[in-house]
Write a protein that binds this ligand. Structure first.
Ligand SMILES: Nc1nc2c(ncn2[C@@H]2O[C@H](COP(=O)(O)OP(=O)(O)OP(=O)(O)O)[C@@H](O)[C@H]2O)c(=O)[nH]1
Ligand SMILES: [Mg+2]
Length: 227
């Protein structure tokens, strides 16, 4: 009996979150901001990738940085003189739409084209919590082991872009990045998978290209729906 009650509460939270996520997306669409939820394993390179994209993308960037207790990542982004809001989730292992709604209030949305939302690093909790973003990019790295995808299938089923990072150290850690790519595509044949190294720059052009395609598609879609 106790168990059933717990499941219902969790279900209600997810439904309430979905409503707030839709509201966030309406706010973002109105301000013409394309939001990218960056999820992935702890230490896989989420912040490093966003740092590279801030420098390489030809857009006005903003960042929401989710951390459990610190503002480390927010501090890293501030160096690039972009609008940043740091969110602490406390004991929670994921961001939710309500937290993001508050962060949106603190951001100068008219001055932002692309908003990166770095979620808390892990492959499990963030899966059910839409934030209102337009794209989900999952970053994993070879150092988590090449069975990571098989062990955590859900996050890959819902992803639009998957980055398999740190291929520069694949041999050193005995990981087969081709297997990781095949595992992702088996779970989600439509996803764009890119193998990268932020140390050597491998794959960065492909990530930029994939994101630009999504941004352009989204702009066309919004224009059509506003006609
Ligand atoms: N060898 C190698 N190291 C990398 C690469 N990308 C990132 N790193 C290193 O990996 C470590 C973690 O990178 P972060 O960007 O902080 O990872 P994160 O996913 O943001 O970490 P959390 O926010 O703590 O979950 C840092 O020491 C980076 O320099 C890569 O492609 N190759
Ligand atoms: Mg980080």
């Amino acid at each position: 009996m106790h168990k059933v009650a717990e499941i219902e509460v969790q279900h209600d939270i997810i439904i309430a979150n979905k409503k707030l996520a839709k509201r966030n997306q309406r706010i973002l669409d109105k301000a013409d901001v394309f939001a990218i939820d960056v999820l992935g394993a702890i230490g896989s390179g989420k912040t490093s990738l966003i740092e590279v994209l801030i420098q390489r993308m030809n857009h006005k960037i903003g960042v929401i940085a989710g951390d459990v207790i610190s503002k480390f990542d927010a501090g890293r982004f501030k160096k690039y003189n972009v609008p940043v809001v740091g969110l602490n989730t406390g004991k929670e292992c994921h961001l939710d739409a309500h937290l993001v709604e508050h962060a949106l209030e603190d951001l100068p949305l008219p001055a932002i084209d692309v908003l990166f939302i770095e979620n808390v690093g892990n492959l499990i909790c963030p899966v059910d919590f839409d934030l209102g973003s337009h794209l989900r990019m999952v970053v994993i790295s070879v150092s988590e082991g090449d069975d990571t995808v098989e062990k955590h299938p859900l996050i890959f089923k819902d992803a639009d872009v998957v980055v398999i990072n740190k291929v520069d150290i694949a041999d050193a850690v005995g990981a087969d990045e081709e297997k990781m790519e095949a595992d992702v595509l088996r779970l989600n044949p439509d996803v764009v998978v890119i193998k990268s190294s932020l140390k050597t720059g491998e794959g960065v052009e492909n990530i930029l290209q994939a994101l630009e395609e999504y941004i352009n598609e989204s702009r066309l879609y919004i224009k059509e729906s506003q006609r």
